[in-house]
Design a binder for this molecule. Structure first.
Ligand code: NAP
Length: 285
């Protein structure tokens, strides 16, 4: 039976470290790091994230400022709000809550955040730095996966790592973080499945990381004996949340596996706060 990669426990330890960094910053500068969140209209999924961000920020001593903008706001006016935050010296990190209303271009909106205040690490400048290995921050979920692997001392050098999903927010940045540790990295996506090659890639993965958003896409029978399995997927099926990997059959073959929920999820918000603290260290010297 596999060892569970316990995201809740790892998140608690990470939060203790962030809390201590925040306390030191406050001692030094007399001010707390400030994360400004802009949300447009009302959205059930966003409300859950906002609540969780506010709760974790409070727990860690980060000030969370929520700006709720009216549903019909234009992209131009949203950008003007971001520009105000960019020039506000009292704000150290900015996050734009997604999804944005239809008709808005998320890339354009994120591109207007000052890179030094980009709490999610999704500005093209910060993604470029990630590519060059010059980054101080990185997208939160990708970092959350790395934190979990590091905590359990899972060595990546020379390993066959297979990532399923190539989104800008998870799969692509994660592939760069994994590559930086000298793993042999394969990234699978929709065309891998269309070519009926997903099972073959999964079967040779010593470390498998799945971020697709399709319940039980990865069958336990495909998983290599002794593999490390990190399931980022969150799928609501009836009243349950399940991952992209068939947990029950996969845990019989894997050496380590994340539960869903309780794996990567708890670490993601903590990573957002870590980014904010990193960004604020320059300003709050
Ligand atoms: P996304 O933007 O929809 O990306 C999904 C990726 O999966 C795409 O690259 C897509 O490829 C690929 N894909 C779709 N169907 C596939 C298939 N049959 N075989 C192989 N690849 C396939 O989603 P995301 O934002 O990366 O999120 C992925 C999952 O992680 C979701 O369940 C989300 O809720 C979860 N998530 C969890 C956390 C957390 O904190 N735990 C954070 C973020 C996301 P194409 O683009 O080529 O179609």
């Amino acid at each position: 039976m596999a060892v569970l990669l316990d995201g809740k426990k790892v998140a608690q330890e990470l939060k203790e470290r962030i809390k201590s960094d925040v306390a030191q910053l406050k001692d030094r500068a007399g001010k707390a790091p400030v994360l400004a969140c802009l949300s447009v209209g009302q959205n059930a999924a966003s409300s859950v994230y906002i609540k969780s961000q506010g709760k974790v920020a409070e727990e860690l001593g980060v000030e969370y400022r929520l700006g709720t903008l009216k549903e019909g706001i234009s992209q131009e006016d949203l950008v003007a709000e971001i520009c105000n935050l960019n020039t506000d010296p009292g704000v150290h990190g900015i996050i734009i809550q997604t999804p944005l209303p239809g008709g808005m271009n998320l890339d354009e909106v994120v591109g207007t955040i000052a890179p030094k205040k980009d709490a999610e690490g999704m500005h093209p400048e910060n993604l470029g730095k990630l590519l060059l290995g010059q980054n101080r921050i990185a997208p939160c979920t990708a970092q959350a996966c790395m934190e979990l692997l590091h905590h359990y001392k899972i060595k990546l050098r020379g390993k066959e790592v297979v990532i399923v999903g190539h989104s800008e927010i998870v799969g692509k940045p994660l592939s760069l973080l994994i590559l930086k540790e000298f793993a042999t990295t394969t990234v699978c996506h929709i065309a891998t499945s269309e070519a009926h090659k997903l099972e073959d890639h999964v079967a040779r993965a010593e470390v498998l990381i799945v971020a697709v958003g399709r319940a039980h896409l990865i069958k336990g029978a495909w998983v290599k004996e002794g593999a490390v399995v990190v399931d980022v997927g969150i799928n609501r099926v009836g009243d349950k949340i399940i991952g992209d990997v068939e947990f029950e059959s996969a845990e019989k073959k894997a050496a380590y596996i994340t539960p869903v929920p309780g794996g990567v999820g708890p670490l993601t918000v903590a990573m957002l706060m870590k980014n904010v603290v990193t960004l604020s260290t320059e300003t709050l010297k």
